[in-house]
Ligand binder design. Structure first.
Ligand code: NAP
Length: 310
C-alpha cells in the first residue's frame, strides 16, 4: 500500500537540468475515476525538459513544485472510488502525469494492461511515442497500403513508431537518421534510410505521398520539396508554412498525440509483435536531470527511460 510520502524528481524553478532534484513529497490520493500507480519506469520526453526550461510558460505555465513526466508503467496500488476496470496489483501502462516519482495518480480510463512480454521499462517507453505516431500516421496522414511515406527522424521516440506504423499499414517507408542509426531504422521496417549527415533527403527522394516530420525547423521546411502534388505533410514538431504548401499543391498540417484509447490497438500490435518498443538509455530516478540533459541533445535511439524502485 502507498506510503504517506514518496520519492520524486522535483523542479522548483525554470532552468537547466540542475533544477531537477530528488525530494520526498506527499503521496497523492486517487479521486473518483483515478488510480494510484506504483511506478516501475517512466519515459523521458523532450516536452519534459522544454517545460522545465520555460519554453512553454506563455501558454502552459508550470505550478511549482512540479514533478515532470508524461508516461509510465507500474502496478495499480489503490483504485479510487467508482473504478471497476482496474484492480490493485494489475500491471499497467499509459500516459501518466508526474511520472518521475515512486507513485502517481492517473485516470483509470487512460491505463491499459501492460503487454505481457514487455518489461516495465519497455512499456514505459511506449505511450507518448506510439500515441503521437498514431495521431500523425494513422489519424492525420491516413497512410494507405502502397503509398510512399518519408519519416523525418526515424530513430527517435516518436519516429521509431511512425516508421513501424507506416510499414504495418503497408506503405513503402523511407526515413532519415544519423549514420549511427541507419541500420537500426532499417530494422524497424524502413526500406530506404537516408543518412542526413551525408546527404539531403530532398536530393535523393522525390514524389512521396506523405511526410511525417518529427524534427521541425529547417527539416520541416525542406520536407515540402519531396512531396508530390496532392500529398500531405504532417509535422509534430513545428508549424508548417501553409502558403508554401498550397503553392505546391500539398496539404500541410500539425498533428498531436492521439487519445489514450488508441493504446488498445497499440497493445495488440505489441502483443502480436507487429510493432516493438525501443528503449534508449536507462537511468535511475535519481539521475532524472542527467536523463533530461541527454534528451536535450535531440539525438539518440528510441525513448530514454527512468528505472524506478527495486
Ligand atoms: N505534437 C506532439 O504531440 C508531440 C508529441 C511528442 C513529441 N513531440 C515533439 O516531436 C519532436 C521529436 O520527439 P521525440 O520524442 O521523437 O524526440 P527524440 O526521442 O529526442 O528523437 C529525436 C530524433 O530526431 C533525430 N534527428 C535529429 N536531428 C535530425 C535531422 N536533422 N534529421 C533527421 N533526424 C534527426 C535524432 O536521430 P539521430 O540521433 O539519428 O540524429 C533523434 O532520434 C520533439 O520536438 C518533441 O517535443 C511533439
Amino acid at each position: 500500500m502507498a506510503e504517506e510520502s514518496l520519492q520524486a524528481a522535483v523542479v522548483h524553478n525554470y532552468g537547466g537540468p540542475e533544477q531537477v532534484v530528488m525530494e520526498r513529497v506527499p503521496c497523492p490520493k486517487p479521486k473518483a475515476g483515478e488510480v494510484l500507480v506504483r511506478l516501475k519506469a517512466a519515459g523521458v520526453n523532450p516536452a519534459d525538459w522544454k517545460a522545465r526550461a520555460g519554453y512553454m510558460k506563455q501558454f502552459r505555465p508550470l505550478t511549482f513544485p512540479w514533478i515532470p513526466g508524461l508516461e509510465g508503467a507500474g502496478v495499480v496500488d489503490v483504485a479510487g472510488p467508482d473504478v471497476t476496470s482496474l484492480k490493485a496489483g494489475e500491471a499497467v501502462y499509459g500516459p501518466i502525469g508526474g511520472s518521475y516519482a515512486e507513485y502517481a495518480v492517473a485516470p483509470a480510463k487512460d491505463l491499459y494492461p501492460k503487454p505481457k512480454d514487455l518489461s516495465f521499462e519497455e512499456a514505459a517507453s511506449v505511450p507518448v511515442g506510439a500515441l503521437t505516431a498514431w495521431g500523425a500516421v494513422i489519424q492525420t496522414a491516413n497512410v494507405q497500403p502502397g503509398q510512399r511515406v518519408l519519416v523525418q527522424g526515424g530513430a527517435g521516440g516518436v519516429g521509431a513508431f511512425a516508421v513501424q506504423l507506416a510499414r504495418w499499414k503497408g506503405a513503402h517507408v523511407i526515413a532519415t537518421s544519423s549514420g549511427a542509426n541507419v541500420d537500426f531504422v532499417r530494422s524497424l521496417g524502413a526500406e530506404t534510410v537516408v543518412d542526413y549527415q551525408k546527404e539531403k533527403v530532398e536530393d535523393v527522394v522525390k514524389d512521396v505521398d506523405a511526410v511525417i516530420d518529427t524534427v521541425g525547423g529547417e527539416v520541416l521546411e525542406r520536407s515540402l520539396q519531396v512531396i508530390k502534388r496532392g500529398g500531405i505533410l504532417v509535422t509534430i514538431a513545428g508549424s508548417p508554412d501553409a502558403k508554401a504548401a498550397e503553392a505546391r499543391g500539398v496539404r500541410a498540417t500539425r498533428a498531436g498525440r492521439a487519445d489514450a484509447a488508441a493504446l488498445q490497438q497499440i497493445s495488440e500490435l505489441l502483443e502480436s509483435k507487429k510493432v516493438r518498443p525501443v528503449v534508449g538509455k536507462v537511468f535511475s530516478l535519481a539521475q532524472a536531470g542527467q536523463a533530461q540533459e541527454l534528451s536535450q541533445t535531440g539525438h539518440g535511439r528510441g525513448r530514454i527511460v527512468l528505472r524506478i524502485g527495486d
